[in-house]
Design a protein around this ligand. Structure first.
Ligand code: ARG
Length: 465
């Protein structure tokens, strides 16, 4: 049965029917569709647009259909045009003509806009819960590694020593911004479009605020043309998801490098790595690699949606049906990645000795030698120049700076005294960077305090939503 058969004299071509149909991917919105219809029909009854007893019958039947779908008593029809059509068909098959009144004052254009907004709102909460879990894990790891020293890198060259806690907390900040971005996207998704009709609103006196309240929307859309043709909120979501994946892929890349023999900084738990079918010695960081690879999918989904929406005239166009697979794929992918990634970092083994040893090489304390000279009265540029010469000498003699003798060091500057050794040991290099935002233990603890407060606030927010 078609919802629009009246005007037609021929059946739709079978191939066109399949081509046109979205049921194979939009059926996952059955719950949003039914709850949206329940709110709509409730309002139709309360506003006397259809008889109250009929509205109540429709409402009761819709709840039954929801139950039956969830318990598997009824299955959706793979031939249906879309989920909206399919639910209405089931309703009419159960209560006949009364069911035909559900769609009064509504179009599938505002209906689908509603469903997808409801779907995304739910998923934003799920995604942000997953990010919160990741954040908690990062804080736990940071607390465990406040004094674990490793080289910090620029250009992938050893630069200055930092703590592993500081490194983990860098990722905390990235995911924190991701949570905030999702929260912001939620605001613009939280707008109720029903009442916009196909494009020009409706002649029925619908109480849009009542529907918004029942469905837990903050507000209603203010332009019917825009409401049925807007997918900005979905594009924003996919941008947020792309940025999350970008963060995950940077993290993955580091962990892949770190688990190589060349670095040897970490070892993935056996449960989070895989072997090779030919090389018996191999233990591969597949999870991190897959997360890195799946980043491409999510970027692709964003570009798909941007391109689908590009140049579309107002208002609804069927092109927009192509939004769903991209939206669902991006959400599914990120929801797949976040928990495995979180557990992977929770279970990986950190090789503190290898990290420390790496920090000892590469002259990561050279800046501290220059800073030492500055404290003894030299301008920084001169101190930099002298330290460069010391580094060159150390390279030639194949020794780290702190293993040069005082005499050797004094050849470069008479300002250098015995206290230099204490000043340029790795622990001191880290602990003296106790500026807010720095890697020293106390600074990282400060950052963790603020991180915990952020998580408390955001969890409260989510609970109250
Ligand atoms: N399946 C459609 C979609 O996903 C629903 C809206 C259909 N509206 C229409 N006028 N054909 O966009």
């Amino acid at each position: 049965m078609k919802l629009w058969g009246g005007r037609f004299t021929k059946e739709t071509d079978k191939a066109v029917n399949d081509f046109n149909s979205s049921i194979r991917f939009d059926s996952r919105m059955y719950k949003q569709d039914i709850l949206g219809s329940i709110a709509h029909v409730n309002m139709l009854g309360k506003c006397n647009i259809i008889p109250l007893d009929e509205a109540m019958l429709i409402k009761k039947t819709l709840y039954e259909i929801l139950n039956d779908i969830e318990s598997g008593v009824v299955s959706l029809n793979p031939e249906a045009e879309d989920i909206h059509t399919n639910i209405e068909q089931i309703l009419i098959s159960r209560i006949g003509d009364i069911g035909k009144k559900l769609h009064t004052g509504r179009s599938r254009n505002d209906q689908v806009a509603l469903d997808i907004r409801m779907y995304i709102k739910d998923e934003i909460i799920n995604l942000s819960e997953m990010l919160i879990n990741m954040e908690k894990t990062l804080i736990d790891l940071a607390l465990e590694h406040l004094d674990t020293i490793l080289p910090g890198y620029t250009h992938l060259q050893r630069a200055q020593p930092i703590s592993l806690a500081h490194h983990f907390m860098a990722y905390f900040q990235m995911f924190r911004r991701d949570i905030e971005r999702l929260k912001d996207c939620y605001k613009r998704t939280n707008v109720m479009p029903l009442g916009s009709g196909a494009l020009a609103g409706t002649t029925y006196p619908l109480d849009r605020y009542m529907v918004a309240k029942e469905l837990d929307f903050e507000t209603i859309s203010e332009n019917s043309l825009d409401a049925v043709s807007d997918r900005d909120f979905a594009i924003e979501l996919l941008s947020c998801l792309s940025i999350i994946m970008m963060h995950l892929s940077r993290f993955s890349e580091e962990l892949i490098l770190w688990s190589s023999h060349e670095f040897g900084f970490i070892e993935m738990d056996d449960a989070y790595s895989t072997g090779s079918s030919i090389m018996p010695q191999k233990k591969n960081p597949d999870v991190a690699e897959l997360v890195r690879g799946k980043t491409g999918r999510v970027y692709g989904d964003l570009i798909t949606l941007l391109t689908v929406m590009k140049s579309l005239p107002l208002a609804y166009n069927k092109d927009m049906q192509e939004d769903k697979e991209a939206i669902f794929d991006a959400i599914d992918t990120v929801k797949l990645c976040l928990p495995v990634f979180t557990n992977m970092i929770k279970t990986m083994k950190v090789n503190k000795e290898a990290m420390y040893k790496a920090a000892q090489g590469g002259f990561t304390n050279a800046t501290d030698v220059a800073d030492y000279l500055v404290k003894k009265g030299l301008p920084f540029r001169d101190a930099h120049e002298i330290t460069g010469k010391i580094v060159l000498y150390a390279i030639d003699n194949n020794k780290p700076i702190n293993e040069l003798t005082l005499e050797e060091l004094r050849n470069f500057s008479p300002l250098i005294e015995e206290d230099i050794f204490e000043e340029i040991c790795l622990e001191k290099c880290v602990s003296s960077r106790n500026i807010p935002g720095g890697p020293a233990r106390e600074s990282v603890l400060e950052a963790i305090k603020s991180a915990e407060k952020f998580l408390d606030d955001i969890s409260n927010d989510n609970r109250n939503r």
